[in-house]
Write a protein that binds this ligand. Structure first.
Ligand code: MG
Length: 263
């Protein structure tokens, strides 16, 4: 969602860190099941907003409105101050939520519930053919979004993609040592690679956020930037060395897959 946390660099005993449980994850702690074939096949990490659907079309403006309302109510400030705080925390921490937690002891789960409590499916806009895309694309697919789980589940159900994703990593599960570490935290991404048992070069991140791709690339992910034609700041910008592949839509992935292997 609109949470782009600062790059959370590993400090101290990163290797011993523990990610929060993943909703619906019944394999945590299970014995490794890694065959050589599986080790070689790609593991796709898909972002959600502005990657699998067009959140900029309507959803983001509703979310921003609701976040400003929340800040106004819970911090007892006027609308102008609430909007200023929301944007200040977004710039400083990459996430309104992180600023609210740090400075105002806001309950993150209450914040996420309240700000995402609207008819999401009614505002959804996405391309056709996504289920065929997921069927055609070889390898395991997981979701990796800074959005809350209930929201992600609603969007995926509406897109009929829920059954194609082996797991959902959402904001609630992006905690390391009890602290929220959303994308583009390299600490969190490192733990994610370990949890998915990804070998070097096996993981692919498909994203619209350059900051997230840059962090992932530094850890050996292959990267796909989704620019979504027509959206501001997309393809017109320089590509960046951390971008393995730049596509206008995820639907171009199967055809571009061979190029990605060598990226
Ligand atoms: Mg996104």
């Amino acid at each position: 969602m609109t949470w782009r946390a600062r790059n959370g660099r590993a400090r101290g005993r990163a290797a011993g860190g523990v990610l929060a449980p993943v909703p619906g994850d019944d394999r945590t702690g299970a014995a490794p099941d890694v065959t050589p074939r599986r080790r070689q096949s790609p593991v796709w990490f898909f972002d959600l907003d502005d990657t699998l659907h067009d959140a900029s079309h309507a959803i983001f403006s509703v979310l921003n409105r609701r976040m400003t309302d929340y800040v106004q109510q819970h911090l007892a400030v006027d609308e102008g101050e609430a909007d200023r705080l929301r944007q200040t925390y977004w710039r400083r921490y990459g996430a309104t939520l992180l600023g609210l937690m740090r400075h105002h002891e806001v309950d993150p789960h209450h914040f996420l519930r309240q700000t995402h409590d609207f008819d999401i499916a009614a505002l959804l806009r996405a391309e056709r053919g996504l289920t065929q895309l997921f069927r055609r694309l070889p390898g395991r697919k997981v979701l990796l979004t800074n959005a809350p789980d209930a929201y992600a589940a609603t969007v995926l159900r509406a897109l009929s993609l829920d059954r194609h994703l082996a797991r959902r990593y959402t904001i609630e599960s992006m905690q390391v040592h009890g602290s929220f570490r959303p994308k583009p935290s390299t600490l969190m991404l490192r733990h994610m690679l370990a949890r998915e048992r990804c070998g070097r070069g096996q993981a692919v991140l498909v994203e619209d956020s350059r900051a997230n791709l840059k962090a992932a690339r530094s850890l050996g992910f292959r990267t796909v930037l989704i620019t979504a034609r027509g959206r501001a700041g997309g393809a017109a910008r320089a590509r960046g060395a951390y971008v393995g592949l730049q596509l206008g839509s995820v639907r171009e992935l199967p055809r571009a897959f061979a190029r990605l292997r060598s990226a």
